[in-house]
Design a protein around this ligand. Structure first.
Ligand SMILES: Cc1cc2nc3c(=O)[nH]c(=O)nc-3n(C[C@H](O)[C@H](O)[C@H](O)COP(=O)(O)OP(=O)(O)OC[C@H]3O[C@@H](n4cnc5c(N)ncnc54)[C@H](O)[C@@H]3O)c2cc1C
Length: 477
């Protein structure tokens, strides 16, 4: 994991000054923030990526504002970094070439909820939890639920193709994006996709834009598919004496044909953080699975729960299986799960979190590899995450700067082990700055070159979110 700013072309000072003067004239000075505090608060995200202080933050309030910014920035050769909630974990919203941060949190409206066609049209700065609340009040459901849901925004979710605990049953953001309005560098405005479930006209440009990490276009409107809200939900907690036994139980659950909506795993060191949050967990437990099943009235949840109980206990190393007794116990458990990232951060001075994915059948092998890497490098680690998807957050913890080279070796070892196991480097956080150097481990030079060609079609001047996804000479692995 490399945290130095990548080598990117920096804009000339006089070009930046001309662009900012023109932006102020066009948008009004209240939308162009050049204050130190404003620039500072848009210079980082929730990752360790190091950027360059932006010269200005544009607070866009409309598609016209976004298009004007991208027109003026291209004219003067100034880089633009799109931003939504700033909760990204790989530096996607971190401006690595200075220039303009294009903030979209100022575009947070729900434009439409269409009950008949089961869709919502929203602006990119809508907080994900606010969308959940609004559609659930209408008996509808938007399943993608990144654990940062109270602070991340739909634009960022689409750009990262965000997942979350419910992805095992319902899939990730991509499955819910029907259409987009996006502005390209230079100011062209495109509408992609449709308002229907079916539709195969032309290339699927919407799918290409989802997960493009702010490098192809800036979303100004998102049309999202909704589903009916499940009426029945049950949460089950299983405790194990060994993390590999918990990983094996995941395999058994899937093999039994069960499709829980969430299948979350926490290892022993993670349970320390859970206990620190005031959740009582049996001291013998070295791993926990948090499993949630849902359905609509009339579905046989009891039958699913019984089969789930059998799959959980079959391996013989289960300490306990308990169902959450009521809604408040359920929400306490989930709150503890959703707060794991900040809670585990308190266990050491420094923490780096990876989000690798392996085929579910290789979960046990992954834990063997993580233990080996920990032993070889001496780096403390803990693991939790969306085990049903094979998507785990392997976290490395350390207290002293001198340990950093060992941490880098541990991360490198993890990336290589993931690829050996048939997995992928990122399940939901994206490549951003932090994983760019590792991209060649997973993708061929031909595939990387093809994607760079596509990038040039959308953004010939290379000014939209430079330094992201593709290795740029800031080191290699
Ligand atoms: C505690 C915590 C828990 C998390 N849990 C999860 C999880 O369970 N699942 C998960 O997937 N992620 C998770 N994340 C990571 C993060 O929340 C997601 O990547 C999220 O989708 C980022 O959304 P954001 O609004 O914060 O985007 P930002 O961080 O602002 O931006 C992310 C990327 O999107 C681009 N972007 C932003 N707005 C636009 C736009 N309008 N148009 C085009 N591109 C744009 C940016 O340039 C950047 O590349 C977690 C993060 C934290 C801190």
């Amino acid at each position: 994991m490399l945290v130095a700013a990548p080598q990117v072309r920096l804009p000339a000072r006089d070009a930046v000054d001309r662009a900012l003067a023109e932006l102020e004239r066009r948008l009004g000075s209240s939308k162009v923030d050049t204050s130190e505090s404003g620039r500072n608060s848009h210079a980082t995200d929730e990752s360790e990526a190091i950027g360059r202080m932006p010269d200005a933050v544009v607070l866009a309030e409309s598609t016209a504002d976004v298009a004007a910014t991208l027109t003026i920035a291209e004219k003067h050769g100034v880089p633009v970094t799109p931003r939504a909630g700033g909760t990204g974990r790989t530096g996607g919203a971190v401006p690595v070439a200075g220039g303009i941060v294009l903030a979209t949190h100022t575009m947070g409206k729900i434009l439409e909820i269409d009950r008949q066609n089961l869709l919502a049209v929203v602006q990119p700065g809508l907080v994900t939890a606010d969308l959940h609340a609004a559609v659930e009040a209408e008996g509808l459901f938007y399943p993608p639920d990144p654990n940062s849901l109270k602070t991340c925004m739909i634009g960022g979710n689409v750009a990262e193709n965000a997942g979350g605990p419910r992805a095992f049953k319902y899939g990730v953001t991509r499955e819910y994006v029907l259409g987009l309005e996006a502005c390209l560098m230079g100011g062209r405005v495109l509408r992609t996709g449709k308002r229907t479930i079916k539709g195969v006209t032309g290339y699927d440009v919407t799918a290409l834009l989802v997960g493009s990490e702010g490098t192809l276009g800036v979303f100004t409107e998102v049309t999202l598919k909704l589903v009916p809200k499940p009426t029945e939900v049950a949460t089950v907690l299983a405790l194990f004496d060994d993390v590999r036994a918990a990983a094996d139980a995941v395999r058994r659950i899937v093999a039994a044909g069960l499709v829980p909506r969430c299948l979350e795993l926490m290892d022993g060191p993670t349970l320390v953080a859970v206990r620190n949050q005031g959740v009582a967990v049996d001291p013998r437990a070295q791993a926990m699975l948090l499993v949630e099943v849902d359905g609509n009235a009339g579905t046989q949840l009891d039958d699913a729960l019984e089969r789930l109980g059998n799959a959980l206990t079959e391996g013989g190393s289960t300490i306990d299986v308990v169902a959450a007794q009521d809604a408040s116990q359920r929400s306490r458990l989930w709150e503890a799960r959703r707060q794991l990232s900040p809670a585990t951060r308190k266990l050491a001075k420094y923490k780096l979190s990876e989000d690798i994915v392996v085929p579910r059948s290789r979960l046990v092998d992954l834990f063997v590899e993580v233990d080996r890497i920990g032993e070889e490098t001496g780096v403390r680690h803990l693991t939790y995450g969306h085990a049903g998807d094979g998507n785990l957050h392997v976290n490395f913890l350390w207290n002293d700067e001198s340990e950093r080279p060992a941490v880098d070796r541990a991360i490198d070892g993890l990336m290589r082990a993931t690829i050996r196991l048939g997995g992928t480097l990122s399940g939901e956080h994206g490549i951003g700055v932090l994983k760019a150097a590792y991209l060649p481990l997973e993708q061929s030079p031909e595939l990387i070159a093809l994607q760079q060609d596509l990038k040039r079609v959308f953004d010939p001047s290379g000014l939209l979110n430079p330094g992201k996804i593709f290795p740029t000479g800031h080191g290699s692995c």
